[in-house]
Design a protein around this ligand. Structure first.
Ligand SMILES: Nc1ncnc2c1ncn2[C@@H]1O[C@H](COP(=O)(O)OP(=O)(O)O)[C@@H](O)[C@H]1O
Ligand SMILES: [Mg+2]
Length: 242
């Protein structure tokens, strides 16, 4: 009897954890005061539910608010109105440090301009997220393994200036995935790369996303990139359409 009860409880727990969204936002609004004392409305009434392992693309023209939306969903920025829940936790009661702690080891980023530390080698860049999160001796090994996954184990001691754009973005991918994050936010990840190199990076990104069952939220102006995601939203006049 108890066994049956236990298995029902376990089943409900699995069911609820697999169905509750990893990212949820409701009534999200962002407006900014301009120098002329008028308000600029960037995002209005954005509602989204994104499930664990889902790949979501949000497209829109330049200036449509994509980067702003990504920043709000990741808790890097604060909305004017509305609520964001990241990994089941409401962001509005949290201060900046608490939001950073929530992201630690669970949320990765990939940006258009790579955002590597110029004075650190490829390996040291990949070790960074692990050093913040753990004190284990295996950090170096895990970082090397991540570099290997992006095909750069032989370039581990090179500085970003000694690497091509595509190679730098590979290092950024290794850094983003090294802690096996639940969520990856990508902002125009191929924006600074030529078409072929961009293709390689995207193939690698989806490979790693699927292997880790990572939830992917990617903003881009590139519709062909968006088609490779399970879900595609469009940002028009500050609002989301499908
Ligand atoms: N800090 C800021 N101050 C004033 N305007 C801003 C600021 N950040 C973004 N904007 C404006 O908000 C709009 C959306 O910007 P952004 O989210 O960067 O768009 P996208 O990433 O789609 O190109 C743009 O018109 C931009 O100029
Ligand atoms: Mg942008």
């Amino acid at each position: 009897m108890n066994n049956q009860k236990d298995s029902i409880a376990a089943f409900s727990a699995i069911k609820s954890s697999s169905t509750s969204p990893v990212i949820h936002c409701k009534g999200l609004r962002k407006q900014l005061a301009t120098t002329t004392n008028t308000q600029l409305l960037i995002l209005d009434n954005i509602n989204l539910d994104i499930a664990q392992g889902e790949s979501v693309a949000i497209t829109g023209a330049s200036g449509s608010g994509k980067t702003t939306l990504l920043g709000l969903l990741a808790g890097l920025d604060i909305p004017s109105d509305g609520e964001v829940k990241l990994l089941g936790k409401a962001l509005s009661p949290l201060n900046e440090d608490q939001r950073a702690n929530l992201r630690l080891g669970k949320v990765g980023f990939v940006f258009q301009s790579f955002h590597l530390m110029d004075n650190l080698t490829a390996l040291e860049n990949v070790m960074l997220p692990l050093e913040l999160d753990s004190s284990s001796q295996t950090i170096r090994q895990r970082a090397l393994e991540a570099l290997k996954q992006v095909g750069l184990e032989k370039r581990s001691s090179h500085l970003p200036t000694q690497l091509s754009g595509g190679e730098q973005q590979r290092v950024a991918l290794a850094r983003a995935f090294v802690s096996q994050p639940a969520v990856l936010f990508a902002d125009e990840p191929t924006g600074n790369l030529d078409r072929n190199t961009g293709e390689e990076i995207i193939t690698l990104l989806f490979e790693m996303q699927q292997k880790n069952n990572t939830t992917l939220v990617m903003v881009t102006h590139d519709d062909s990139l968006a088609e490779r995601c399970q879900t595609h939203y469009k940002l028009v006049d500050g609002e989301i359409t499908t």
